[in-house]
Design a protein around this ligand. Structure first.
Ligand code: ZN
Length: 596
């Protein structure tokens, strides 16, 4: 290859992908940041600050042959983050302190196999990148769970079984206590991607929660350190685990003395120290603490300084990365989480900060939405529902709200400002009653296409009245683009839309009676006369054809579009959909979140 040509290629590469080229030149190894994110928090993690999320928790089910997951809709919202951050890895963490039934499950080959297959099922079903095992701990009943002397042997068999079931390309990781006991690492390691060392909970006041060192270089021992992070890592190296398979766990919480502070205190809840207490720094242990007037520690915790030192320890020891428990313990500013990202994944952190400057979305989320859908519908409706998840998920980034996604299961609606239904309405009697109550108490609803479909077979009179007293009459087929007449004369849903636009291909429903005959309905869009006759197999020859309306008795908008994969391809129609969402939410009984 001649030199001129080579230069041309190099400069083209520079133009095309300056960022990745810069990364290749860096000497900084690729480290990871694993964040535990819990089912009981509603803080959404920022994917630019982590590389891996472990969702806590799943459990061994009551029959010892499968997995039960806490708060499935939240897990789906977490995996949906991958739409905006394709490199993000999300694993389900199974276990946690006090989560039992492992010993029984691991004891028989049948149960191990069934459990492993179920792990594989949920990895597929929830779009996960793998499984994190948090059995605390094999052969130990200290968490009040059953145990057996065979647990360690069975753990190895279980891990092999899970690896076989999920395949080599998925992640399999585990949490390990600081003593590195309970597991036969040489046997387990070939099947594990990495080990998260829980280098915390080593002491309660007056002892530190997670001292970095117990002794300094001159051999002076901290009176408040029992065990240390350094010892915990050494224990794991001694157990034969290579450093590139270790992540150091850091606590974003502290332990109180149960007098001045409770046993567990989140970092966000401890500042400033209570009156009469002082903030101190242990020069040997390299961690802060709050002390009473006699100098006795009453709260042992980690702050930006100690977390920074732990991150530097990770780099000095050349470990794979850092882990922390757990995301929502940090303060509003994200002081600890951002420190960890800046230290361990600086390139990702810095590039995210550049984007952040252009974003007005703060950490305070404006409102919460639920998207309820089913896969158990015709393919074109499934396609629309899956695109709807992506479309609304992207909107949450700029507009600063939370989207929970629930498939088939109709969760408790109380905390949601709006429920979005792209393809189905709830079917069970209880679910329907809950939805009715929610709407009658001022709930919000954005329904599309098949979610409005109702006829005699639907068997839900209230829903028919809710939609406007109208039922399905006939449809156009096959799906076609349509000329849409925008109505509503300045209604917020149709504001800034042209008088007419061409909607992307969809199937359309006509209704009986005509929605326009109901004075409670405000028609916002209809199909223009020029469309008719419309359809080839199922033809509609004319007549009034409303496609978007609101029932003024409720906080709702129905949009008839939503068949196939083209609905979101047109910016004009997308504006209509976004307007509808924002308008419904702005009418919330708790006030307009967009004005906050
Ligand atoms: Zn359809």
């Amino acid at each position: 290859m001649n030199k001129t040509l080579l230069c041309a290629i190099v400069s083209m590469t520079l133009l095309g992908c300056g960022v990745s080229l810069a990364q290749n030149h860096s000497k900084e190894p690729a480290r990871i940041v694993v964040a535990y994110v819990t089912s009981w928090s509603d803080v959404m993690p920022d994917p630019s600050l982590v590389t891996h999320i472990n969702y806590a928790f799943g459990h061994v089910n009551d029959t010892f042959d499968g997995v039960r997951i806490d708060n499935e809709p939240r897990l789906r919202s977490i995996t949906a983050l991958k739409l905006e951050a394709p490199d993000l890895k999300v694993c389900l963490s199974i276990g946690g302190w006090g989560s039992g039934r492992f010993s029984e499950m691991a004891a028989t080959e049948n149960n191990r196999k069934a459990f492993a297959l179920d792990c594989s099922r949920i990895v597929d079903e929830f779009n996960l990148d793998g499984i994190d095992m948090d059995w605390e701990y094999p052969t130990s009943s200290s968490a009040g769970i059953s145990s057996s002397p065979d647990d360690t042997k069975n753990y190895t068999l279980l891990i092999k079984e899970i690896r076989t079931a999920i395949g080599p390309s998925k992640l399999l990781t585990m949490a390990s206590p600081s003593n590195a006991k309970f597991v036969d690492f040489p046997d387990v390691l070939p099947h594990m991607d990495f080990i998260n060392v829980m280098a915390y909970d080593m002491g309660r006041p007056p002892r530190h929660n997670a001292a970095l060192y117990r002794q300094d270089e001159s051999g002076n021992t901290s009176p408040f350190a029992r065990g240390s992070v350094d010892r915990a890592i050494q224990n794991h190296l001694d157990a034969g685990i290579p450093r590139e398979k270790l992540t150091l766990g850091m606590p974003l919480y502290g332990h109180g003395d149960k007098v001045n502070y409770p046993d567990y205190v989140d970092f966000k809840d401890m500042n400033p120290p209570k009156e009469g207490l002082t903030k101190e720094w242990d020069e040997i242990a390299r961690v802060p603490y709050y002390a009473d007037s006699e100098g006795k520690p009453v709260l042992g915790y980690d702050d930006v300084r100690s977390i920074t030192e732990k991150c530097r320890y990770i780099k000095d020891k050349d470990l794979l990365g850092g882990m922390y428990w757990e995301y929502s313990c940090d303060n509003q500013e994200g002081d600890l989480i951002r420190t960890i990202a800046a230290e361990l994944i600086p390139k990702k952190f810095v590039s995210a900060q550049k984007v952040r400057k252009a974003s007005y979305a703060g950490k305070q989320k404006r409102f919460k939405a639920l998207l309820f859908y089913s896969d158990n519908v015709e393919e074109a409706h499934r396609e629309f529902a899956s695109q709807a998840v992506g479309f609304f998920k992207k909107l949450t980034v700029g507009d600063g709200w939370i989207l929970d996604v629930s498939k088939d299961k109709f969760p408790d609606l109380d905390s949601y400002d709006i429920v979005i239904m792209p393809d189905v309405i709830p079917w069970g009697k209880n679910d329907r009653e809950r939805f009715q109550k929610y709407m009658e108490n001022g709930g919000g609803w954005l329904g599309f296409h098949a979610a409005g479909y109702n006829d005699a077979s639907t068997g839900w009179d209230w829903f028919q009245r809710f939609l406007g007293g109208v039922s399905f009459l006939c449809n156009t087929w096959p799906p076609q683009p349509a000329l849409v007449e925008v109505e509503g004369s300045g209604h917020p849903v149709t504001k800034n839309l042209p008088k007419r636009y061409v909607a992307p291909s969809s199937e359309y429903y006509q209704w009986n009676p005509d929605p326009r005959s109901n004075p409670d309905l405000r028609i916002l869009a209809s199909l223009a006369e020029e469309n008719f006759p419309m359809g080839l197999k199922d033809v509609v020859y004319g007549g009034d054809f409303p496609v978007v309306w609101t029932n003024t008795k409720f906080r709702m908008v129905y949009i008839n579009m939503g068949h196939g994969d083209e609905t979101f391809s047109d910016p004009t129609q997308n504006l209509l959909i976004i307007n509808a969402l924002r308008w419904i939410v702005s009418q919330s009984p708790s006030g307009d979140p967009f004005s906050r």
